[in-house]
Design a protein around this ligand. Structure first.
Ligand code: 173
Length: 324
């Protein structure tokens, strides 16, 4: 029997009565700002698998894909306008919609604490107001950023260097004298290959995904900040969901957020070793110089957040920072 279209649905309903199989099932559309299968999409893809497993007959996610489907810096607007229902993105990629989102990189407390101390609630309000979004879960944390270089430096003075950035690194690298150029991750390899940039900012993990290790000579230590990548839901779509549908998403989100620290403790160690094995040399600022470098990162980072959002920046600093 070959059954198609509406007739098929009627036949199936007649043949398989009982608990609603598809009548109440909703399918949400999702995109990732990072390439499919790479470091910063992986936990999101695990989340989707869990939802699609636990949510049979209730809620399903149709994963449209990564930057091939949508440019990373457009994901914020697409989520806000409801072109997609779910997005995997980092705050730096949608500062055009919500400048405050970039401040997640400056958190010095775990999400479990921020969910209790008011920090999460404060940000939630901003996501609702500015982005028509719900911040469901942060699945990347405890993952420091680093500066990667092809020219050596002997002190935290980056003058004369041209570096690839996103908003994450802009204020810090500029404060150390660098010239900066913003690109999406997909353009980094070519920029390095052509010598358009002398280096780039990126977390400790993930440089192997797009082959950048082939074009990287040095990593500067210590790292700074903590990378954030999170699952966002369009609020209008969320508001229309049933409790059962929301619970499937919530539980998968909670799992992703709870697993992040352990996953990254392991990944960080693995990629640090892999970088050394690939011949990437470490330039290490120790002692007072190292402290100055890190302090400068936070000082410049917060100054940037507060400049972009004089209204909310200082409040976010109170919630996120360990010391002011
Ligand atoms: O593209 C980036 O360097 C960036 O901003 C980022 C943020 C979080 C994780 C990975 C990269």
């Amino acid at each position: 029997m070959r059954i198609v279209g509406l007739a098929a649905a009627a036949v199936l309903a007649a043949v398989f009565p009982g608990p609603a199989v598809s009548a109440n099932e909703i399918t949400l559309r999702a995109v990732s700002a990072f390439a499919e299968g790479t470091q910063f999409s992986k936990n999101f893809e695990r989340f989707i698998e869990k939802v699609n497993r636990d949510g049979k007959g209730v809620v399903q996610i149709n994963y449209i894909g990564g930057p091939k489907a949508m440019p990373p810096f457009e994901v914020g607007n697409a989520l806000k306008s409801g072109v997609v229902d779910l997005a995997n993105a980092t705050g730096a990629f949608y500062t055009n919609v919500m400048p405050e989102a970039d401040s997640w990189k400056l958190t010095e407390r775990p999400m479990s604490e921020l969910r209790k101390n008011g920090g999460y609630d404060y940000m939630s309000q901003l996501y609702a107001e500015k982005m028509n979004a719900l911040f469901l879960a942060r699945h990347v944390d405890g993952n420091p950023f680093h500066l990667y270089l092809n020219k050596p430096v002997s002190s935290p003075d980056l003058s004369g260097l041209k570096l690839r950035i996103t908003p994450v690194y802009r204020d810090f690298f500029q404060a150390l004298g660098a010239t900066v150029v913003q690109t999406a991750p997909g353009e980094v390899y070519t920029a390095l290959e052509r010598g358009v940039v002398d280096g780039y900012g990126w977390p400790i993990t993930g440089i192997f995904d797009l082959g950048w290790h082939e074009k990287t000579k040095y990593r500067v230590d210590p790292g700074f900040y903590t990378a954030e990548v999170s699952i966002l839901v369009n609020k209008s779509a969320w508001d229309k969901l049933t409790d059962a549908q929301r619970n499937v998403l919530r539980q998968a989100g909670e799992q992703a957020e709870a697993d992040a620290a352990a996953i990254f403790a392991e990944e960080n160690a693995k990629d640090t070793k892999r970088q050394a094995d690939a011949g990437i040399q470490t330039i290490r600022f120790d002692g007072a110089e190292g402290k100055l470098y890190r302090d400068k990162a936070y000082e410049a980072g917060w100054a940037g957040v507060i400049r972009q959002s004089p209204q909310h920046g200082p409040k976010l600093r109170e919630f996120f920072a360990k010391t002011n």
